[in-house]
Design a protein around this ligand. Structure first.
Ligand SMILES: Cc1cc2nc3c(=O)[nH]c(=O)nc-3n(C[C@H](O)[C@H](O)[C@H](O)COP(=O)(O)OP(=O)(O)OC[C@H]3O[C@@H](n4cnc5c(N)ncnc54)[C@H](O)[C@@H]3O)c2cc1C
Length: 425
């Protein structure tokens, strides 16, 4: 007999599925019918909306929760990002939060009983100058003081950890060292959306696709529900988790939020044999690229934002060129590869680059947004913290600094490399 037990088993499972026809595949989340009213309505079935709904049901035992999604589960940025997770932030308000998230990523496949393919392959920020090294040392020291793993590497250490950088071809810009977070890495983005959707649905959350929220219903100074393309839905509490559409929600509520929507693109090459063993983050004088290799072998790359506000998903060609140039300057051995696909997502950029979880105009309306281009890694922590806020009415310590009032008082969480420019995943 050919193959090992696992191969024989999966071949048999595929054959059975083929013979049984479409009925064999069970949907991951139930085809719930929209009810007239809920305890909590979460708007947006991206990572943050689904994780918030999951924690509302699991941690706070809230029974009647719905997630209303205008398109499909995973249609937004949760399914469009470059899958990088890390907690290597400088500011305490950020690194404690993202560390909470990274710890949750480490457990998430077990918690959701769904393989999200967390791959702690390390995230390596590269330095090209002594000035870069000083900045990386400062960030690494801040992390270590908070008990978060960080290693400052010299050139030899970098080449030992990422031998793919020891290319025989000459490199345009020198690498002098780097900051490594070994527990950082990648997580399969679609699996995150599907895993949370499945787990939330199993706890009784209604996931309603093709249902756009078009307005907020209010009475006597409080929100009483939402208007949708499928009619009115009553709600005691409402959470907006709509990522790149957060500015529109502001308009819907008559507010001007400190948010702009910008495009960020990413691309993947044809598959090749294993070349890159980690996540490489590299800024050179003309651009930036973060480069990793997918399980299928494609080289996945991203870089700066497109540079102007837009709701379209039509990316700019010149940005693609910048990323490719930077990636090839880093790994000249990639030069002959063909780009197979590229795509873009709309990011809700706050002006200090940090996220917002807060009440929005009404006591029972909440915003989970402003994730900029780094919100994928935040999903597990954001879901738990936002659900706690919505359920108890008090923001947990982990997110207390991330309210909207900081834009009034000037207590900004302005972390270099997080804001609109320059981008960094
Ligand atoms: C190219 C790219 C690369 C990125 N790479 C990384 C990375 O490597 N690491 C990282 O941490 N982050 C990364 N990000 C950022 C990250 O993907 C986002 O910050 C995060 O996914 C946003 O949160 P979300 O998953 O909830 O958003 P989304 O998945 O966008 O969810 C929002 C949902 O709300 C729905 N919606 C909008 N308006 C309405 C409405 N009125 N009614 C109902 N539904 C509505 C949308 O259809 C959408 O499904 C990247 C982003 C992009 C675009």
């Amino acid at each position: 007999m050919i193959g090992n037990t696992a191969q024989r088993y999966s071949a048999w499972a595929l054959l059975r599925a083929r013979l049984a026809g479409p009925g064999y595949w069970r949907p991951l989340w139930s085809g719930a019918k929209l009810k007239a009213a809920y305890d909590v309505v979460v708007v947006g079935a991206g990572g943050h909306g689904l994780a918030t709904a999951y924690h509302l049901a699991r941690d706070h035992r809230i029974k009647r929760v719905a997630v209303l999604e205008k398109r499909l589960v995973g249609y937004g940025n949760v399914g469009r990002n470059t899958t990088i997770v890390r907690s290597n932030y400088l500011l305490p308000e950020n690194h404690y939060f993202y560390e909470d998230s990274l710890r949750r990523w480490e457990q998430l496949s077990r918690v959701l009983n769904y393989n999200v393919m967390y791959s702690p392959r390390g995230v390596l920020d590269l330095a090209q100058s002594d000035g870069d090294m000083v900045a990386l040392a400062r960030r690494g020291n801040a992390m270590r003081l908070a008990g978060i793993d960080a290693e400052l590497l010299d050139r030899t250490g970098v080449l030992r950890f990422a031998p793919e950088l020891t290319a025989s071809e000459p490199r345009r810009f020198e690498i002098v060292g780097g900051l490594l977070q070994r527990r950082g890495g990648t997580v399969r983005h679609d699996a995150v959306a599907w895993g949370y959707a499945r787990a939330a649905s199993a706890l009784g959350v209604d996931i309603i696709e093709d249902c756009e929220v078009t307005g907020l219903r209010t009475a006597a100074g409080t929100a009483i529900g939402v208007e949708t393309t499928r009619g009115e839905v009553g709600a005691e509490r409402i959470v907006f988790a709509v990522a790149g559409h957060t500015g529109m929600i502001g308009e819907m509520l008559g507010l001007k939020l400190p948010i702009e929507t910008h495009l960020l693109q990413a691309m993947v090459t044809e598959p090749i044999k294993p070349l890159i063993s980690t996540v490489l983050v590299y800024s050179h004088p003309h651009g930036e690229a973060y480069v990793t290799q997918s399980d299928r072998g494609g080289i996945v790359m991203g870089g700066f934002l497109d540079g102007f506000p837009s709701y379209t998903r039509e990316p700019q060609w010149y940005r693609l060129e910048d990323v490719v140039q930077t990636a090839v300057a880093l790994l000249p051995q990639m030069a002959g590869l063909r780009v197979l696909r590229h795509w873009a997502g709309t990011n809700d950029m706050t002006m200090d680059g940090s996220f917002i979880i807060d009440r929005l105009r009404y006591d029972n309306v909440f915003l989970n947004g402003g994730w900029c281009y780094g919100g994928f890694k935040a999903i597990p922590a954001s879901g738990a913290a936002c659900a706690a806020f919505v359920a108890t009415g008090t923001a947990p310590d982990l997110i207390r600094a991330h309210g909207l009032s900081r834009f009034k008082t000037g207590h900004l969480l302005d972390e270099r490399g997080n804001g609109p420019f320059p981008a960094r995943q």
